[in-house]
Design a protein. Sequence first.
Length: 260
Amino acid sequence: MTALLPLHDESDHRPGSPALVLVAHGSRDPRTLATVHTLLDRIRELRPGLRVHLGHIELNEPLLPDTLAALGDDEAILVPLLLSRGYHIKQDIPEMAATARARTRVAAPLGPHPLLVETLYTRLAEAGWRTPTTESARRSTAVILAAAGSRDPDAATDTGRTATLLATRLRVPVLPAYASAASPTVPEAIRTLRSQGVRNIALASYFTAPGRFARECAEATPGIAAAPLGAHPLMARLLLHRYDETETRAPLKPALAVAS
């Protein structure tokens, strides 16, 4: 098992700590909202007394500007439920905080991180993944890491780093592929692996919740397809880790810096 980075004691909470605002993208799929609320519950269980709020970038209420307005002068750390850098991390969330004149900082995206890799491994195991035990089996096995995709090259860099970490964990090659806005697509990745003689192809679902992209990627896969990351307990721990590292980095100030 991959060694996981130590986190703060989950039960530790200092009076006067900034609020944690979980920033979700928003979705028309009700399973996404259910996932978000389960994660909120798990964060509250891990850190009793921490003020925890929710704000969406679009599509669902409460929207992030409304959440920030309700906080008034209270300090808050915005923790994006997003897996890589991209437009939402670099532009949308900081601009919403600046417009609200809120006392906030924005935490780094969730990935890459060992806790994400361990969650991906767990979801694969739940779907039936077994690590190949022989060299010949490893040569004929690979995993596709299916992600949403972005035109921002930093997003592909972050996804690629997660793929590298997952390959180390699984001891087989892991090839990133995307549902939109980037290449290769999952079918393209499958063709590439087939051309290299790979017969056993599994899919790791690098999505925070079920939805159309996750379903389409799974349906295109010839082998086992893992469930999305979802509300796995390690995801709640990772969200708190991003909160903790941002809280200790620098004093809070109105609106801007994004933790890296």
